[in-house]
Design a protein. Structure first.
Lengths: 303, 303
């Protein structure tokens, strides 16, 4: 099961009734956090998820509302007795920014391994997660992320029998390993069908609409996207500050066709995002106006 | 009127039901904030006080729970269109720490003037506030603060008449200025009685009990003090981490004899500070176990 929790839905500044936008993912005992603004650790505590299993933090960019909660979170992870290294990914300068913030969190019982994103699109694995980082279009260097849980093909037992392979060799083959039997090498693909559909969540905030977002969100189970402004008369403001209106987000979703879209990262001036839901659904029917703490459990398709 | 608001009452880490300890003071249109942990700006927003009039920030020390909310607050003050300089006081290194944190808040529409505390005790004026900073005993360099609103003596009209001073000269004398009249200099003290009792709030957290705290809190209207641990069996822990138990705080108050003591800065493990109120009141009867957002309005004594 792939747990998805949108910890907060605010942009720009935290509010008494709205945490800043951050996403927490959990699969196979390993957690990924995307962004960590002021108060993210409180939202996480409220939700009851553990701090210790956070193995990876993905930062979209270094505006305060996406990163100011980091020193406090790192200390709290330390207090939770984490000792395994933590991987932090982010745009160029990630190590400098995080280490500057660590002026108030200098001593941690775990090490941090930094990964600087350089290319327009990068692919990497972190624990069970296959991550794609894609550069978006904000007023500073900023990335969106797709996080996928791949799923192997189906094991073809009749084919393994045909090949005369004893049962005790099936399991390593199912796990993708090669085996040697009676002087011959048997590779996994000889007994496994083509990879099946896995699970994918795409997250992007703080950007104008781009083709890369459409591509990234294509086929996602959940596409989490900023909906900074509601009114159409905010178009100019969205362009000036390099954000999106709810309508623009819905247009992306219409093209990308994810299973569902969750809107988030509302402007502090946007008190009632629900007011814009009907209009957004006219463009992309499977739109949700998220509220803090929205959670989903994704499961692989039935065979 | 001197408004006092204890924004939060937590120590170590912010919790869903408890903001970190920080104090906001307001007098004559100028605000002072003491400490600024993660979430302080949210607590302030919840309380409805403005961000723009914060002229002075006093930092006790640089542990994250007292300073991690600073970059977000500075940005929010900028968004509130503050342009006047902001004064930040703190222990040695204050400029380095704040500027490191500003890696995520580099551009502000106001300047910051740093004041580094060096001596064991320092006295300074900031706007209408007379401040005493006193070093306490924590595991890093840490200060407590007394913030006083002084009150001039009573104007002696009969004395002014005796001196033959015309009424239009009374006001500058009342305000402490010298005046010249018919070739002679008249000083304020010639017509003003001795200073009357003003108002004073003393704030200290993150320290073992010391004589200096007793001295500082002496005669305070409100003595705000940490009560990190409740149970007496936490004595060893309090000594190890250089904090205080509620009983120790009450002992200080007993000696200092302030009008009232507000306890704060509870350990995250201290779920019900009220459980220790009766015991604390046996030592110092005017003890209050504060809750987030506790507010008081202090007024000068009736004449």
């Amino acid at each position: 099961m792939f747990d998805v929790c949108l910890l907060g839905t605010g942009g720009m500044m935290p509010l008494p009734y709205r945490w800043l936008t951050a996403l927490l993912l959990r699969f196979g005992g390993s957690q990924v956090l995307i962004d960590c603004g002021e108060g993210t650790q409180i939202a996480m505590k409220k939700k009851g998820w553990s701090f210790k299993p956070i193995d990876t933090i993905l930062l979209t960019h270094f505006h305060a509302d996406h990163v100011s909660g980091l020193p406090g979170l790192l200390l709290t992870m330390g207090n939770a007795e984490r000792t395994e290294p933590l991987h932090i990914y982010g745009p160029k300068g990630v190590e400098h920014v995080v280490n500057s913030l660590r002026v108030i969190a200098p001593e941690l019982p775990f090490s941090i391994i930094f990964h600087e994103l350089i290319e327009k699109e990068e692919h990497f694995q972190s624990g069970p997660y296959m991550v794609t980082a894609f550069r978006v279009n904000h007023n500073v260097n900023c990335y969106g992320y797709s996080i996928a849980i791949p799923r192997a093909g189906r094991f073809d037992a009749s084919r393994a029998k045909e090949l005369g392979l004893p049962v005790q060799l099936w399991n390593p083959l199912q796990k993708g390993n090669d085996v040697e039997y009676e002087g011959s090498i048997y590779t996994s693909d000889m007994v496994m069908g083509p990879p099946r559909r896995g699970l994918k969540v795409t997250y992007c905030t703080d950007t104008r609409p781009t083709r890369e977002i459409v591509k990234a969100a294509s086929g996602a189970d959940i596409f989490i996207c900023e909906g900074m402004y509601g009114d159409d008369d905010k178009d100019a403001k969205a362009i000036e500050h390099k954000h999106m209106t709810i309508r623009e987000a819905a247009m992306i979703a219409k093209e990308a066709d994810p299973k569902t879209m969750w809107l988030t990262h509302y402007s502090p001036s946007l008190n009632h995002p629900e007011d814009y839901l009907d209009d957004a659904r006219k463009i992309f029917p499977r739109t949700t106006m998220s509220r803090d703490g929205r959670t989903a459990v994704l499961k692989f398709d039935e065979d």
